[in-house]
Design a protein around this ligand. Structure first.
Ligand SMILES: Nc1ncnc2c1ncn2[C@@H]1O[C@H](COP(=O)(O)OP(=O)(O)O)[C@@H](O)[C@H]1O
Ligand SMILES: [Mg+2]
Length: 55
């Protein structure tokens, strides 16, 4: 069976899963005067989340 997941780079399209609540939060923030800072250990999905949110 092929691995359905993609590792090692920013994921988008069908490889990007879930994050529904986070995407709503980011949309609200972008429509407000607030800034966004994402803090997490590496490889927790920060870059993928922001790339997807603005695409
Ligand atoms: N929403 C997501 N759906 C599926 N896999 C994800 C998702 N976000 C991150 N990943 C997985 O985690 C890895 C690291 O994501 P990345 O966005 O580069 O994290 P960070 O910027 O926090 O280091 C990706 O290569 C991918 O394998
Ligand atoms: Mg990153």
């Amino acid at each position: 069976m092929n691995n359905p997941f993609k590792f090692g780079s920013i994921v988008d399209g069908d490889f990007f899963t879930d994050r529904r609540e986070e995407l709503l939060q980011i949309e609200r923030m972008l429509n407000s005067d607030n800034h966004i800072i994402l803090i997490s250990p590496r490889r927790f999905g920060k870059s993928s989340l922001m790339q997807y949110a603005i695409s």
